[in-house]
Write a protein that binds this ligand. Structure first.
Ligand SMILES: [Zn+2]
Length: 303
């Protein structure tokens, strides 16, 4: 059995033919080019699907970076691809393809892929957390996505500091204002003058370079990753206290720095209830392909 899995991100669209075991048989990638508007983006999707479609394809799963209503097949809101706000994507694509089409949040599909065949496959309650531009999250209970009443379970927007920086959601001090690529780079800009850091010679700076400098024992880089790790640890504690999961799986930029993860786990152990303190925090098994794998697998999971 095969399905098409599509992952629509702010910069690129990835798609592939996925088996019911989660194996990728064929993969293609194009730029999202969202500046050309929704019509052009839908045309591009149709083109991709045509390339991958065949009689053997059971259905099409689509992950989208932003808020979606999976029951209505509608994109609600996307900070990175605003031209797709309110588009009934499933209805649009069904005009051309008479197949089962499922639309889901991209992070939920990443978490699903991990829960079904990845790092979380042995567990019943799995939380996935990924960092890129923002923080995406997915909660998988007994191998099914839990989306909540309004398809809005956003761990990245749980509040870490009520007086903190303004967030895109309108609130202040959300987790994604402290953990992720942007906050890490902001913190780096603030701290770079300390201790005569080697980061000054590593321009242009990236999270990877901060991690590299920390591995060379650069004090500034170490303090940046430790501070971020403390915030992540508070976020993990909030997840434990809300859902008491079997495992939390970290993907994207969150899983790259061992020092940050180690600090986060230490902080979590300090703050969480004694009984949940030893909850497993694992790195994601699938990296760039988690989105299309999850998108393909959900076709087989749904009726
Ligand atoms: Zn927020």
């Amino acid at each position: 059995m095969k399905a098409i899995g599509i992952d629509i991100g702010g910069s690129e669209i990835k798609a592939g033919i996925i088996t019911n075991k989660g194996k990728i048989l064929k993969k293609i990638k194009i730029e999202t080019n969202s500046i050309h508007g929704k019509k052009s983006l839908i045309k591009n999707l149709e083109r991709i699907i045509k390339k991958l479609d065949s009689k053997e394809i059971k259905g099409i799963g689509i992950g989208f970076a932003g808020g979606v209503d999976s029951k209505k097949g509608q994109i609600i809101q996307s900070p990175n691809i605003p031209s797709m706000n309110n588009v009934f994507l499933v209805k649009e694509l069904k005009k051309k393809f008479r197949k089962k089409i499922i639309l889901e949040n991209d992070a939920a599909l990443m978490a699903l892929a991990e829960a079904l065949i990845g790092a979380g496959k042995k567990y019943s309650i799995v939380v996935g957390l990924t960092a890129g531009t923002g923080i995406g999250s997915g909660l998988i209970i007994n191998k099914k996505i839990y989306s909540g009443k309004d398809n809005l379970t956003e761990i990245g927007h749980t509040i870490i500091n009520f007086n903190g920086p303004k967030c895109s959601c309108g609130n202040n001090g959300c987790l994604e204002q402290y953990v992720g690529i942007k906050p890490l780079m902001k913190l780096t800009e603030r701290k770079i003058e300390l201790h005569n850091s080697i980061l000054k010679k590593m321009w242009p700076l990236t999270p990877k370079k901060v991690d590299l400098a920390a591995k060379k024992k650069d004090k500034t880089a170490v303090s940046i990753l430790k501070e971020t790790g403390i915030y992540l640890g508070i976020g993990l504690t909030n997840i434990l206290n809300s859902f008491n999961p079997d495992v939390i799986i970290l993907g994207g930029g969150l899983s790259n720095s061992d020092l940050m993860i180690k600090t986060a786990v230490k902080e979590m152990k300090l703050r969480a209830f004694k009984r949940t303190r030893n909850t497993k925090i694992l790195k994601a098994k699938f990296r760039n392909n988690a989105g299309i794998i999850g998108a393909g697998l959900i076709v087989f999971k749904s009726n």
